[in-house]
Design a protein. Sequence first.
Length: 349
Amino acid sequence: MSDGRNGITYADAGVDIDAGAALVNRIAPAAKRTARPGVMAGLGGFGALFDLKAAGYSDPILVAATDGVGTKLRIAIDTGHVGTIGIDLVAMCVNDLVCQGAEPLFFLDYFATGKLDVDSAARVVEGIAEGCARSGCALIGGETAEMPGMYGAGDFDLAGFAVGAMERGRALPDTVEEGDVLLGLASDGVHSNGYSLVRKLVGMSGLGWDAPCPWDDGTTLGAALLAPTRLYVRPALDAIAAGGVHALAHITGGGLTENLPRVLPEGLTAGVDVESWQLPGVFGWLAETGGMTQTEMLKTFNCGVGMVLVVAPESADAAEAALSAAGETVFRMGHVTRGDAVVYGGALA
């Protein structure tokens, strides 16, 4: 090749390799603080290494989960408040892992954009690292893809991948029986599901993201709707270790109506008293704005319950006390019953 001409570069096509390298340098400290036993090599290699024996496992079963944050990402991009969306990404994956009885071990992220903004991307990844640190898993790798022409100006997309482990024979759900107690753990808002409807309802309301929040004085509508998904990993693992937990259900897309039956054996369902907890203000506002029925709310949103533990009756008091001591707000919301569909008693209020 001749060096005598002013040739085109990759940057001329819209891909800035130097910006990618700057991002890796910027996020390295955030990733480093998530290190845990088992991590052998992290950012910078072609792959990341993890030693299960060093993590304390003798006969492990691996569990994997992947997810995104849906169109909640649109609100983060439009408001510029991208610092916590990474927590959502981690939570959507690791909260699923713990429902299988697994401890999250490590996490990888995928960040794709049309033109890399190092500062914005770094804030997203720092949020991912924060979510990992809170849930005890290591951020050991990821991919940053700069793809001109694929995304509009300022837009980006996220995906997350988590791997966890459990000792053989300890997978959940297990031995769910009629009469088991349902313990609900409070959510921190809408979490990361139903945001296409949320955005439609906000449009119907005529409010902008910077408008005062109708249900929470002192903040804006956009900031309130970006409250990150609650991480249930540590309290849930403690409850599992204490014994008596037969199943966990992460209340995501499909709400209580779709997610509780996923952990119940054939012939069993749940009887839920919806008056055992108070409907958070955000859901009351969404329901009123859209004229939504209770049935539609319960199959679309978490409605204030982000995780449900199915616990043996003799263990319910101890589990409730331990979860409360760990900082969770716990609702004794019903029991496992015979049947083929979740039965709701009472009215959301």
